[in-house]
Design a protein. Structure first.
Length: 241
């Protein structure tokens, strides 16, 4: 039986590349998405990967959605917590909504998505959890107090849960992508991207979503069983943690 993998935010951007790579490697994949029905429908038609719509910032929706995935595909062996949003603003102009939306979607989602599947992974003695954090959780980023705080929180979550899960065959790791050529990065003002961000990247280009997907593929493999609680940076040399 193919292992079952759930990728949150799995129909667009980095998540779509991860879902596609996992399917190509023989996993049975479910991709979740929050709101973009058109993109999800297109993704499903193109890849044959089933899509599930729920809000990762809502615990009840996650618990019910994951139950449905398990009824359809079988117990979840692999969870890729990838869904994320930005609400960039200088902190002195940031609204409570911009703060809480990002914390709820990028940090509280790790509780909401992982809690419903962790007991099953422990009982079965196997699990792989990969949290997509960010370079900006490692170094902080002007205009992203909310996002940097959430992504740094994802790293703390990863290290604590890795310790709790190691004895049960469940590994928990984080990947910190740098600036990847997705819609999220393309939404950064052009001038900021060209003048302030790109010159900081020693390999002199944005990353490709597939470059992050390959990191995920490795971390979820049997070969990576000795790696847990780690942070894998894939940022073109922009920040060496
Ligand atoms: N470093 C230092 N100073 C900066 C700066 C920076 N990165 N960006 C702006 N400033 C300065 C400006 O020069 C300006 O200074 P003066 O008042 O002296 O002229 C001042 O801050 C205000 O600048 P703006 O008028 O541009 O401020 P704003 O409030 O309109 O916008 C911003 C600020 C929202 C932060 C905007 O610059 C922005 O969107 N920056 C991009 C942030 C970013 O990198 N986001 C990453 C998104 S991708 C992602 O998150 C994926 C991932 O994981 C990597």
């Amino acid at each position: 039986m193919a292992r079952v993998a759930v990728v949150s935010g799995g129909s667009r951007g980095i998540g779509a590349a991860v879902s596609t790579a996992l399917k190509a490697a023989g996993y049975s994949v479910a991709a979740t998405y929050a709101g973009n029905d058109a993109a999800a429908t297109k993704f499903k038609a193109e890849t044959g990967i089933p899509v599930y719509k729920w809000d990762v910032s809502n615990y009840k929706q996650c618990a019910e959605g994951l139950k449905q995935v398990e009824a359809d595909l079988g117990p979840v062996d692999i969870l890729v917590n990838n869904a994320g949003i930005t609400r960039d603003s200088a902190f002195h102009k940031m609204t409570p909504e911009q703060w809480f939306e990002v914390i709820n979607t990028n940090l509280n989602s790790l509780f909401n998505m992982t809690r419903p599947v962790i007991e099953g992974m422990r009982e079965r003695g196997f699990g792989r959890i990969v949290n997509i954090s960010s370079i900006n959780g490692q170094k902080g980023q002007f205009g992203q107090t909310n996002y940097s705080a959430a992504k740094a929180g994802d790293l703390g979550f990863t290290k604590a849960l890795a310790q709790e899960s190691a004895g049960k065959g469940v590994t928990v790791n984080a990947i910190c992508p740098g600036y990847i050529g997705t819609e999220m990065v393309k939404a950064v003002p052009k001038e900021v991207l060209e003048k302030s961000i790109l010159p900081q990247i020693p390999v002199r280009r944005l990353g490709e979503p597939e470059e992050i997907a390959r990191c995920v593929l490795f971390l979820v493999s049997d070969d990576a069983g000795f790696i847990t609680g780690s942070t894998l940076s894939a940022n073109g040399g922009q920040y060496m943690a």
